[in-house]
Design a protein around this ligand. Structure first.
Ligand code: SAM
Ligand code: GLN
Length: 282
């Protein structure tokens, strides 16, 4: 009879034979998922028996992984800083760097008192949910142009009990909401269109609308910057994630937008310049 260890080896070998990167780690995620174990518990449970049904589930998942389907789509779930988020193929998989964007927000923004926050391009609702958990009096509007994302974000907001304070709605520009915010945060699509083809197969499985930032990657960033005078309160702030080579482009777009305010850039944990904020003087 198979046990946890032999299943781990089988899945790993299958992934390795198909040149999937990090086969051992992927095998651990898959086997821990089908066995309902924490990944770190696996090695302690190595000799436990596995039913044929469980083994088949794991091998089916391995087959999907071989087709480059990201693990979060295979599991239908993604853990974003302790929050289990439902994810499906029409929705962007949240990235660790976006946790860093949220940390920058939390460092710079006040955390007390009433405030209104816009999460523009909410996807699964990841940013809105984390902020709702951290800032108890925040009222958050989570907007996305993709209907699939809106539906997914709504389910995630409800699942975590934030429906009272997080409103999810479809939209394509901040101005159309007709209100002003204390803070705006966004992880917009920022990959230049010509670069999309060269992305990993896994990333190309994600919705194009979540990745494609137009010719120079800054289409949505430009739109957001131009909107600031109409949607931020005086003294309000905008926080945004960008690609690692986009600082000069963003500076240019900021100057062109003539927004009265101060721009600041921040590095990620790999020392790459990946975020910026704008304080709006009004
Ligand atoms: N905030 C989520 C996260 O960090 O996981 C999703 C980020 S994903 C990179 C960008 C999101 O912006 C996608 O969900 C996409 O549908 C949405 N989007 C793209 N262009 C948009 C636009 N013009 N208006 C509103 N949403 C847009
Ligand atoms: N960070 C994503 C990637 O690695 C891109 C996300 C985006 O465009 N916002 O592909």
């Amino acid at each position: 009879m198979r046990n946890v260890n032999s299943l781990l080896k089988d899945v790993e070998n299958r992934l390795k034979a198909n040149e999937i990167s990090e086969p051992a780690l992927n095998a651990e995620w898959i086997v821990s998922k089908v066995c309902g174990l924490e990944r770190l518990q696996l090695r302690l449970s190595g000799c436990e028996g596995i039913s044929e049904e469980t083994a088949k589930k794991a091998m089916d998942m391995a087959l999907m992984r071989i087709k480059h389907v990201p693990l979060s789509y295979i599991f239908g779930e993604h853990n974003f800083r302790g929050f289990s988020l439902e994810i499906n193929r029409g929705v962007f998989v949240p990235r660790p760097e976006t946790e860093e964007l949220i940390d920058i927000f939390l460092k710079c923004a006040r955390k007390n008192g009433k405030m209104r926050i816009l999460d523009f391009g909410t996807g699964s609702g990841a940013i809105a949910i984390l902020l709702a958990a951290e800032i108890k009096e925040a009222e958050i509007i989570a907007v996305d142009k993709s209907v699939l994302s809106i539906r997914c974000a709504e389910r995630n907001v409800k699942k975590h009990g934030f429906s009272e304070r997080v409103k999810v709605q479809r939209g394509e520009s901040p101005e159309e909401l007709g209100i002003r915010f204390d803070f705006i945060i966004s992880n917009p699509p920022y990959i230049p269109s010509p670069d999309i083809e060269g992305l990993d197969a896994e990333v190309r499985m994600e919705p194009r609308v979540a990745l494609d930032g137009g010719k120079d990657g800054l289409k949505v960033v430009r739109k957001l910057l131009r909107s600031l005078p109409f949607v931020l309160r005086k003294g309000g702030m905008f926080f945004c994630e960008i690609g690692e080579n986009q600082v000069e482009g963003v500076k240019r777009v900021f100057l062109e937008s003539e927004v009265p305010g101060r721009i600041e850039f921040y590095r990620d944990c790999n020392m790459k310049w990946r975020f910026f904020s704008v304080k709006f003087y009004g």
